[in-house]
Ligand binder design. Structure first.
Ligand code: HAM
Length: 438
């Protein structure tokens, strides 16, 4: 006999999502899909890895995401590829490759890989829900996109998510701002953190995003991009803000908001969950990227979108005590103390009729089966013993709340369970978590 091997564990910064926690993921993705469809967005599926050059050109070779965090490797054929660190660049690559009619509205749910030091709310593999709209720079689309994210937070029951909005200007007006910022940082370079003392000149905007206290202190007095916007960018921002006001979406203008990816132009936005105390409280963010399609080799095409981090969003729900993992109870657990045939056939019949049902296996005792029925959370244990079999009935024992057990004719079980499920759904305050209210 060989020695036992140490069990293999998931890599640090990754995680398995088991039932019933995964039930929340199902509900969240389904609701997002429903809302996206109402807005005319179609699902896009694309590869988890791409030519690494896509991300360097799209996100910016100087961003932290590309420089420090990308899972980049040479495959067996000698190609330089990278696991996607985010969804937008791949959507844009697909747009350039397939040239669909514009405006092109897509949504996605995707894992994203970033080599970061794992901590609460920051993982090496996280998951995003996102949308992108390509082919229009109408500011009303910016409003629609922000409203889609905002509506999802509201649906979840979150009340402490704050929205910040900014404009990154455009290729015409941003250079003057970047110059002013560079000159300001140059004068105070000795006060910056070690990294930015060396690198501020390469991309001064990155300093605005630095979380280290030294940089934050310097940034507090830095020039504001909103003072440098040209007329068209200023009008765009004003129309976006007016649209948010009109839809009742509270927001604050934050002229220091720059996001971690270099493709943004004009509108940028971020949603921060105030209930999360850590620095990792951004539960979603996005913005416009009117130069990205060209950067990856397509025709000039404006675009906008957002990504919502699912893990962080669920942490925010936990922190606010909303959207619990409370899957509805299965209709039945069949306890068969004959030879399992009744359980086999009854489960198939119930599932075929759209009623969730499970059973035990391996000829376990009545007590063991009832224990399993209890653990399954089922509304009823449907017991079949030799006596029930002979009389063609089942004994239905309520497993949740009160109520006494009764005999139900075998051929009437489906209807009987349906009636009970209906009664539970109609009850004003269902005792067993059936009440939903969304
Ligand atoms: P992002 O801000 O880098 O934007 O990521 C979007 C969201 O993903 C964040 O707000 C956060 O909730 C979550 N997230 C990011 N990194 C991690 C991590 N390491 N661990 C856990 N959650 C994380 C983008 O990725 C853009 N593609 C969004 C976008 C779409 N902009 C335009 N269109």
């Amino acid at each position: 006999m060989g020695r036992e091997q140490a069990p293999v564990r998931a890599p640090a910064g990754t995680h398995d999502v088991l039932w019933p926690e995964s039930w929340r993921w199902e509900q969240l993705v389904a609701e997002f899909a429903r809302r996206a469809a109402l807005g005319g967005f179609g699902l896009l599926l694309n590869p988890m890895f791409e030519d690494a050059a896509l991300f360097r050109r799209g996100i910016g070779g100087d961003s932290d995401v590309v420089r420090k965090e990308m899972y980049e490797f040479t495959d067996r054929g000698g190609r330089d590829v990278a696991l996607r660190p985010e969804g937008t660049a791949s959507v844009v690559r697909a747009f350039v490759q397939h040239h669909p009619p514009v405006p092109w509205r897509t949504w996605y749910v995707t894992p994203a890989f970033r080599y970061e030091r794992p901590q609460a709310g920051r993982y090496k593999q996280h998951h995003q829900l996102g949308v992108e709209v390509l082919g229009t720079d109408d500011p009303d689309v910016d409003v629609e996109v922000v409203a889609l994210a905002s509506g999802l937070y509201r649906w979840l029951g979150l009340t402490r998510v704050e929205l910040s909005v900014n404009s990154m200007g455009c290729a015409r007006c941003r250079p003057a701002y970047t110059e002013a910022l560079r000159a300001y940082l140059e004068a105070r370079r000795h006060e910056l953190c070690d990294e930015h003392r060396e690198r501020y000149a390469v991309n001064p905007l990155r300093v605005l995003d630095c979380k280290r206290p030294q940089c934050r202190a310097v940034v507090a007095g830095a020039p504001r991009i909103t003072d440098y916007l040209d007329e068209a960018c200023a009008v765009h921002l004003a129309r976006v803000r007016a649209g948010l006001d009109a839809l009742g979406i509270a927001h604050a203008l934050d002229p220091r908001l720059v996001r971690g990816l270099d493709y943004y132009t004009r509108t940028t936005f971020e949603f921060a969950a105030q209930a999360l105390r850590s620095a990792q409280n951004a539960v979603g963010g996005g913005g416009r990227y009117d130069g990205l399609v060209e950067a990856v080799g397509g025709p000039p095409t404006p675009g906008i979108g957002f990504g919502i981090g699912i893990e962080r969003l669920l942490l925010a729900c936990d922190a606010e005590g909303v959207f619990p993992a409370a899957p509805p109870p299965p209709a039945a657990f069949v306890v068969d103390v004959t030879d399992g045939t009744a359980a086999r056939d009854l489960c198939a019949e119930l599932q075929g009729a759209g009623l969730a049902a499970s059973r035990a296996y391996d000829g376990r005792s009545m007590g063991a089966q009832l224990k399993q029925a209890d653990r399954s959370g089922a509304r009823y244990a449907l017991i079949v013993g030799p006596d029930e079999l002979a009389r063609q009935v089942v004994t239905a024992r309520p497993m949740l709340g009160s109520g006494s057990q009764e005999e139900v004719p075998r051929r009437a079980v489906v209807q009987w369970l349906r009636d009970r499920a209906q009664q539970a759904a109609d009850a004003p305050h269902a005792p067993d978590g059936e009440e939903d209210g969304r």
